[in-house]
Design a protein around this ligand. Sequence first.
Ligand code: ATP
Ligand code: MG
Length: 326
Amino acid sequence: PPPVLSVRGLSVRFLVPDQGRIAAVTDAHFDVAPGECLALIGESGCGKSVLASALLGLLPANAQTAGSAHLGDLDLLAADERTLARTVRGRRIGLIPQSPAAHLTPVRTIRSQTEETVAALTGVRGRASLRAAAEKAAARAAFPADHLDRYPHELSGGLAQRAATALALIGDAPLLLADEPTTGLDRDLVDHTVDELRRHVDAAGDRALLIITHDLAAAERIADRVAVMYAGRIVELADADAFFGTPGPRHPYSRGLLNALPDRAFTPIPGMPPELGTLPEGCAFAPRCDRATATCATLPPLTDTVACHHPVQAQPLAPVPEDVRA
Ligand code: ATP
Ligand code: MG
């Protein structure tokens, strides 16, 4: 079957006075297949949310895009605002935004916003039916019924997150785009949320999920494949079992991410990500990489799913030390 989402050569540049061109996303290339959950991971500022905003046509006016992103026959990057607003957002792409509080309407209760979304996106009609459907939607996202009459400012971050998740699932959209959907949730609720997203994808044959997350445990729990982003580029695309298990990640940056985890070696990657306004010609990770050589001054293409001149060959991560595992 054709992919639900097919991204080809997607780049986003921001034109900023005095700073020039900020290369937030460069040449992203990936598909998300029906039934698949793809996790997009990478440090803060690497371009994950900008990529998501580009797919939804939600970039600010100073952004320039290149490439294509097909959702079925529709190129999201070429679509006009009217098409995106009327047929894409909510209906064909369900979005869980990174700052849910900012996307909820401040002057209306969660119940009223949920009922309105149910009315707009489903065939449910009538007061009692809308009320019941809204309560059901809230329950799916573990949003407590006794908080439905609250306003967004009366909610904790975790509750606003759950309200946003409830709203995003209502339209049964074929593509779910979840940008940090577990922020502010404790472990049990993280598990509940990712399991609910997984169930949503599995409930019909034509659905897929692109989940952006800092939470590698959540990524491991839900993802079929992993895309690792560094300084605006996808540097590795991997099967999740191989990535989190054996043979482990192949890009030195991906290995660094996993080795920084508390339940791993707990070794942070030295140095800082580069400024996106002044990226080097070659591999952007080379200055922080212990495998870098002179060759890395030229850009490594994404060959065989890893963009690295010196990828790690089939080598499991160092075993978790006994004292940490306990
Ligand atoms: P986080 O994990 O913290 O959410 P992220 O990977 O989602 O990070 P993005 O929000 O996608 O990061 O930002 C990528 C880069 O684009 C950042 O360097 C950011 O400063 C820059 N950026 C985002 N929006 C704009 C804008 N409107 N103008 C200029 N630069 C921008
Ligand atoms: Mg982000």
